[in-house]
Design a protein. Sequence first.
Length: 268
Amino acid sequence: MPFATIDGQPLHYLDQGQGPVVVLGGSYLWDHAMWAPQIEVLSRRYRVIAPDLWGHGQSGQMPEGMSSLNDMARQMMELLDYLSIDCFHLVGLSVGGMWGTRLALAAPTRIQSLVLMDTYVGVEPEQTRQYYFSLFDKIEASGSIPEPLLDIVVPIFFRPGIDPQSALYQQFRATLAALPTDRLRASIVPLGRIIFGRDDMRGRLHELNAQRTLVMCGDQDKPRPPSEALEMAELIGCLHVLVPDAGHISNLENPQFVTEALLKALRG
């Protein structure tokens, strides 16, 4: 799979299929493979670009000097410029929606449609921010995500009723447990602090094209609850869809529903 050098570091991305371009921006702590069910279907009629975040998948470490989600939006724009892609559909889940919103505001003429999934562009509630930062401190100090922290972190991403012995749950847990110390300290922890220390973009949501924007959220998403998705949809003035029987990684917990909704959104 290909790489692009952005801010001096190798950014890894999937590039599959032909046709109009769909960019898939994924969640923190997941790589591009989280989109596998959607990539399989979308790439039959679209060219799908799915980048790995810094320190995730096969991407290099977070570039020096990176300090905000605006930097990430610019980096993703540079990836698309590198690929000579002018216009594209953008689907962003979690942090993918956070940088995706910033990219759409910075380059509105390049966005053919925007789908914001399980995301929120307001500030992190202070109590939650402090809690996440305390987890980052522990991970940074230990150089790993130890068992007690895995028991806290992994369930955050799924609906409460998921079987903890399921392949989806266990594979994610194993991936986090295997993260090397250098990657955690150089990229994943500092990137997490950027994500959960983000600024408030809600005041600009009215600038998005409501006719070309869709907000989606798992009906059992814990870190980004449906109330946040509804708030964003109302500020944008766009359609709002709840994904049934799904938590934060709604595209993997109810892949058929999400894929069908994306196909409909991409068709306009």
